[in-house]
Design a protein around this ligand. Structure first.
Ligand code: KIV
Ligand code: ZN
Length: 511
């Protein structure tokens, strides 16, 4: 499909009117600039007749609007509102007057107290008046007309369509179809949108404006686009009356994922969402799609495994987008609970900057799981503490007491095995060799199959330069055991690694 969606932002009007403390001019201008960075094609700046403050804000935004941006002002279908809004916004290059009236049988009868014929007359006269007022002040002007409660017009849809034809003849070029209160199925609403789209001339832009009372506003908006609606009225962070309006980010990403050319800078989304939450004092729900703190978190072992295996791929096993698409710098969060597994341990410790192998992760996972069973999600700090204890300070039958260099080639090793104390002198080509030789003399021969020496980032370990020794022993069953030791001195790092390895294998003495 080549038709590009037209994003019409209503954060500063529908979103703003629902805030406990509506934004002032400065705040509106701040959000407005964010909307420009995001790339929306139209902004409904406010309801100029509502208050002096809103008039001033709409006027200011109209004055600073770039040439290609549509600035719209809302007005009820009454002359005073229309005149006020027209005078306010026609200073911009592309002004639009947005007027509306309800046409659902229920609202006409119980709220407006008007017959359908009276409502039709009011609608047509309002559009006609708006058209002439706007054109007088700015020849680029447009008029948008909304049928408030369109979603409740199933029974009188023919009447609505006939009225809209008159409204179009009176000068409206954008027809907005709101689901003012979301009460029923998405499909019912979308079918109605399609019917209106098919009934009106093709140069009329069809818009949808969906509220989220049943949590389906995104679905209704996205599907309406495929049924012919081009203008999509959405709010940042899904702000708006009651459960809010359609969330702009969700619609944009859903269309993008469906192969539609979305003319928005999607990478602005995450930061913008945080700013809007702060300014609106409406916090982002933990589980909010795309932007929620939990939206990219995985806690079950199966999900964590899939997430890690597809981490750097555009398509992830358990996420709808790559986080960078919406400017989320943080990657998929792996949280550790009793449901999690070795992959999570490996990722959390590696992400924190500490060395770990999968073999070590497998070994310490049951210990971390046990801790998580008591507290629920285990903070990273606690996981790292367990890692330090289980990797660098392995408890067991062997306990190192001292290791000293006596001369160029001779070293002294003092240690306990269970309750037995050993004090051995041994020669060797360096500390590692001498320590192994002392152990052999004491009856604990070891098969060293590999040895590596590293300098660790002292900062991350909370001290100066740190030496880390990694050794690989082969145990009696021929299995390779990896052990680490760390210390400011390389000599001590060597010996600590050996003792950690001994405790991991839990050898008995060979005499
Ligand atoms: O929800 C609604 O019907 C509205 C109209 C004013 C467009 O906000
Ligand atoms: Zn609304």
């Amino acid at each position: 499909m080549t038709r590009q969606p037209f994003f019409y932002d209503i954060t500063l009007r529908d979103g703003n009117q629902s805030l406990k403390k509506p934004w002032n001019l400065k705040e509106k201008e701040f959000i407005f600039n964010k909307l420009l960075d995001f790339g929306v094609q139209a902004v409904e700046a406010g309801f100029p007749a509502a208050s002096e403050m809103d008039w001033e804000a709409c006027r200011r935004l109209a004055q600073i609007a770039p040439k290609n941006l549509v600035i719209s002002g809302l007005a009820r279908a009454v002359e005073r509102d229309i005149k006020t809004a027209a005078e306010c916004i026609t200073v911009c290059e592309k002004p639009r007057l947005h007027t509306f009236i309800a046409m659902s049988p229920f609202n006409m009868k119980y709220v407006l107290n008007k017959t359908p014929q009276e409502v039709r007359k009011t609608a047509v006269e309002a559009v006609s008046f708006a058209f002439s007022e706007m054109k007088k002040l700015n020849k680029n002007s447009e008029v948008q007309f909304s049928i408030e409660h369109f979603g409740d017009c199933m029974e009188n849809l023919d009447y609505v369509i006939d009225t809209l034809k008159d409204v179009v003849n009176a000068g409206a070029t954008v027809i907005n179809l709101p689901n003012t209160v979301e009460r029923t199925r998405v499909k019912t609403f979308v079918d109605m949108v399609e019917k209106v789209y098919n009934a009106l001339p093709k140069d009329i832009m069809i818009a949808v404006h969906c509220h989220n009372d049943l949590g389906m506003a995104t679905a209704a908006t996205v599907e309406s686009y495929f049924a012919g609606a081009t203008q999509l009225e959405c709010c940042l962070n899904g702000l708006g009356e009651r459960a809010g309006n359609t969330n702009m980010y969700e619609v944009a990403v859903a269309l993008h994922n469906s192969g539609v050319d979305v003319p928005l800078n999607l990478s602005e989304i995450y930061e913008m969402a945080l700013v809007v939450a702060e300014m609106s004092k409406v916090p982002i729900a933990e589980k909010a799609p795309l932007i929620g703190p939990e939206a990219l978190a995985h806690r079950s072992g199966i999900h964590q495994d899939g997430a890690v295996k597809t981490k750097d791929m555009e398509k992830g096993a358990y996420r709808p987008i790559h986080p960078t698409l919406i400017g989320r710098k943080d990657d998929e969060k792996i949280g550790f609970t009793s449901q999690s597994g070795k992959t999570a341990v490996f990722e959390i410790i590696s992400d924190a900057g500490y060395p770990i192998t999968m073999q070590e992760a497998v070994r310490i996972t049951p210990i971390i799981k046990e801790a998580a069973e008591k507290v629920g999600e285990l903070p990273t700090r606690n996981i790292i503490d367990i890692y330090f204890k289980e990797v660098f300070n392995v408890q067991g039958d062997f306990r190192l007491v001292a290791f000293e260099k006596l001369s160029e080639k001779v070293f002294n090793l003092k240690f306990f095995h269970k309750t037995e104390f050993f004090d051995m002198n041994a020669e060797g080509n360096g500390p590692l060799d001498a320590c192994l030789s002392a152990l052999k003399q004491a009856g604990f021969p070891q098969k060293l199959v590999d040895y590596e020496q590293y300098a660790l980032d002292g900062e991350i370990f909370g001290s100066g330069a740190i030496a880390m020794t990694v050794i690989h022993f082969e145990d009696l069953d021929g299995k390779t055991i990896l052990a680490r030791g760390k210390d400011e001195s390389t000599l001590k790092a060597n010996v600590k690694a050996i003792f950690n390895g001994l405790n991991l294998m839990n050898h008995s003495r060979q005499v």
